[in-house]
Design a protein around this ligand. Structure first.
Ligand code: MG
Length: 157
């Protein structure tokens, strides 16, 4: 077994959709980025790639490449899952923490887990998504941005 960790942060701006773990969340702002800026899926992909020592999302999906503009991060996640498979690895479980002051994410957590579980080919019991605030401090203060951490275990088959 191998362990991996990923971290990402994106800035919140008006006029962008807010997409977290592949789920569109109604909110006055969304995350800014070259892709759909799904910060949670970005942290997840970096955790998976890190566990397999296969680089990071910056080297696989450069933000200078127009083909990734506006792309769903779930499509990128599918690519990462396949890349791990080609290298003899599969995810065993994942644990994501989303750090956001606003909006409250509790009611979306189930849908997020279901969505990720389909792309990861893992039962939802092995896909954990948690949300926390930073008590008005840190990058999430004043809803300036949203950050995410992910830890995962992968198994060599
Ligand atoms: Mg990112």
């Amino acid at each position: 077994m191998r362990i991996g960790h990923g971290y990402d942060v994106h800035r919140l701006e008006e006029g962008r959709p807010l997409i977290l773990c592949g789920v569109k969340i109604p909110y006055k702002k969304g995350l800014l980025g070259h892709s759909d800026a799904d910060v949670a899926v970005h942290a997840l992909m970096d955790a998976l790639l890190g566990a397999a020592a296969l680089g990071d999302i910056g080297c696989h999906f450069p933000d200078t490449d127009p083909k990734y503009k506006g792309i769903s991060s779930l499509k990128l996640l599918s690519f990462v899952v396949n890349l791990l498979k080609q290298n003899g690895f599969c995810a065993s479980n994942i644990d994501i923490t989303i750090i956001a002051q606003e909006p409250k994410l509790k009611k979306w957590i189930f849908e997020m887990r279901e969505t990720l579980s389909q792309t990861l080919n893992l039962p939802p019991e092995r896909v954990s998504v948690k949300a926390t605030t930073e008590e008005g401090l840190g990058v999430s203060a004043h809803s300036l941005g949203i950050a995410a951490h992910c830890v995962c275990l992968i198994t060599e088959f």
